[in-house]
Design a protein around this ligand. Structure first.
Ligand code: NAP
Length: 265
């Protein structure tokens, strides 16, 4: 397995959940970390958790929906560490609202953060990958990047869009030795349902049963790194949610009938 020591890792949404757990796992591999997020206090918490494993950590405020902040963060990463070997596109927000009640502004917001934010950072770092002759981009999608689901229309659409973009890039291979791994988590124990956006634009503010009973975030982070090292194009980290994907491949009509009966929180 490839040695990750001294690799420079740029993570978005490193203030909590999967982003924070990945930061700690990469720190254990003695990587150099460029941790970004909207909340500096929470970024410092992540930094504290990583410091016993590595001293090479830089934190930077970054809202992925702000193109000026993306430009500044990428410049800072390159001037701090000279390069980025691994980009973890993790920042994202979920949704808890039905199609009928969701104004188009909410669809646009989810697209702006989950899709355009991810694509913008990726494009800003492509010249770096070209310069160093490769690297790895990890995209944290979702199982709802593989199938639609109740109360997740815009969220699922934003994750499906990521698949369209990164699958095309995998086929184009713009840079030799640049790999992309699309990760599709099912329910993971994080705060994602608390910050999920509702039809009014407010946060859902509830810890959903699915998250409470989900896969541990540390196990998820370990599996993500393993899938990356194995250069998987796509990797699913889920419990029974995986069945919906398999059923959809077999019969779309059957998938819709079964998915209608599955609880959405
Ligand atoms: N947990 C699950 O069950 C699950 C399942 C499938 C996919 N995922 C995906 O996994 C990724 C991480 O989510 P999580 O589960 O770890 O949830 P989380 O704990 O809520 O983390 C989400 C992260 O994204 C950040 N973020 C949100 N909007 C942002 C923006 N505009 N700019 C920069 N950062 C932003 C959050 O920062 P703030 O603290 O500033 O809000 C936070 O650091 C997401 O892409 C999510 O869609 C999660």
């Amino acid at each position: 397995m490839e040695n990750l020591k001294d690799k420079v890792v740029f993570i978005t949404g490193a203030t909590s959940g999967i982003g924070r757990a990945l930061a700690v796992e990469f720190a254990k591999h003695n990587c150099k970390l460029f941790l970004t997020g909207r909340n500096i206090d929470e970024l410092k918490e992540t930094e504290n958790s990583c410091q016993k494993y590595t001293k090479d950590i830089y934190i930077e405020k970054l809202d992925v929906s702000d193109s000026n902040q993306i430009k500044t963060a990428v410049e800072k990463a390159l001037s701090t560490f000279g390069k980025v070997d691994i980009l973890i596109n993790n920042a994202g927000i979920s949704q808890r609202s039905q199609v009928m009640e969701t104004p188009i502004d909410i669809d646009r917001k989810l697209m702006e953060v989950n899709y355009f934010g991810t694509v913008a950072i990726t494009k800003a770092l492509l010249p770096n990958f070209e310069k160093i002759g490769g690297g790895h981009i990890v995209v944290i999608s979702s199982v709802v990047g593989l199938f639609g689901f109740k109360n997740r229309s815009a969220y699922a659409a934003s994750k499906h869009a990521l698949h369209g973009f990164f699958e095309s890039m995998q086929i184009e291979q713009p840079i030799n030795n640049l790999y992309t791994t699309i990760i599709c988590p099912g329910r993971i124990q994080t705060n994602i349902s608390l910050s999920a956006i509702t039809a009014t634009g407010q946060a859902h503010g509830q810890m959903d049963e699915g998250q409470v009973n989900g896969i541990s975030v540390d196990i998820c982070a370990q599996k993500i790194i393993k899938a990356m090292l194995q250069k998987k194009n796509l990797y699913i980290i889920a419990k029974e949610e995986k069945w919906l994907w398999l059923i959809k491949k077999f019969s779309r009509n059957l998938f819709v009938r079964i998915a209608r009966k599955v609880k959405s929180n």
